[in-house]
Design a protein around this ligand. Sequence first.
Ligand SMILES: Cc1cc2nc3c(=O)[nH]c(=O)nc-3n(C[C@H](O)[C@H](O)[C@H](O)COP(=O)(O)O)c2cc1C
Length: 358
Amino acid sequence: MLFKPIIRSTLFHTSDKDPEIAHHWVIDRLAFASRHGVLLKIIEAANAYKSSSLERTIFGVRFPNPVGLAGGFDKNGLALPALAALGFGFLEAGTVTRYRQAGNDRPRIFRFSEDSALINRMGFPNDGADEISERLSRLPKPAIPVGWSIGKSKVTPQEEAIEDYLYSLRKLYEFADFFTVNVSSPNTPGLRKLQEKEPLDQLLRAIVQEAEVLARQTGRNTATPVLVKISPDLTEGQIDDVIEVCLDCNVRGIIATNTTLSRKGLHKCTIEIGGLSGRPIYPCALAIVQYLCKKLDGKIPVVGVGGIFGPDDAQRMFDAGASLIQIYTSFIYEGPGIIKQINKTLATTGETPAAKRE
Ligand SMILES: Cc1cc2nc3c(=O)[nH]c(=O)nc-3n(C[C@H](O)[C@H](O)[C@H](O)COP(=O)(O)O)c2cc1C
């Protein structure tokens, strides 16, 4: 109730020139809370909504509810326990790259409040797989599933991309309930070329095989699931290729979608470069989830993400066949209350058809 008039307006006002200031302020507070059990309990009591009807097992992982935080919010995994306490059913941390990198020059996030949208060209700023895994070994693991998104370092040439992803996979393996292979960010030159059939096949095959090797080495019965995250700018033919490769390589799920290069649905003219997220991308993300689910026919699950701003949007993603959903931009505009709002509505009125899959 107090989020929009007080917290959001203060945060937006003080970070008008560079929205990333607000982002770091929030992450710092959540990271602080993550180190203090009492604060976590208070946050959880005020925010989390629990209901056994929301629980589900998807790609072999047990989720307390189907509403996750999308990749890119907690790039370094600094605030995972506090984000879990806010009531998410799972978190996707990262995107992490093999090498520590600064990302693009700031400002690199732009708000379009009238359209509940953001444009970002972050370029994967993160501390790198070594530092992040070292830090994670000293922190308690959150009580909900955490997936790690892995991407290609900017300095790594395209032909060495596979080894770059494998390095991060190995470093983060013990901390992940699933991995997301990010080949769809528009902000790393050449990255989206990895969605093409042949390079995608080589990349995913190598990552899935390595996940199996790591499972054997660490004495696990099953390999940690590997998912792939796709762009909303793919054609149907390109999506068909992705599906074929995923099924061939034993990829366990598809996350649709990342941000778009299109400016459709954005009412304000802008020359800012980067990926658009938020309300304007919902129709496209939903159409892609519908297409994927129809083509996949339940063979592997789909995670729906893009412009979900409330229970109705969430419900339509599930009706389209999504097994889980994720949010990012609505978390910024609506605050943490949106997680409870969606979960409460799903638990009381919603049908989530994929709830019992796998
Ligand atoms: C500032 C910002 C940074 C992002 N960084 C990442 C990232 O590092 N990795 C990733 O897979 N997606 C990233 N995304 C994309 C989101 O995970 C999500 O796919 C996209 O924003 C669409 O969902 P939304 O409309 O709910 O925000 C980022 C999005 C934003 C707004």
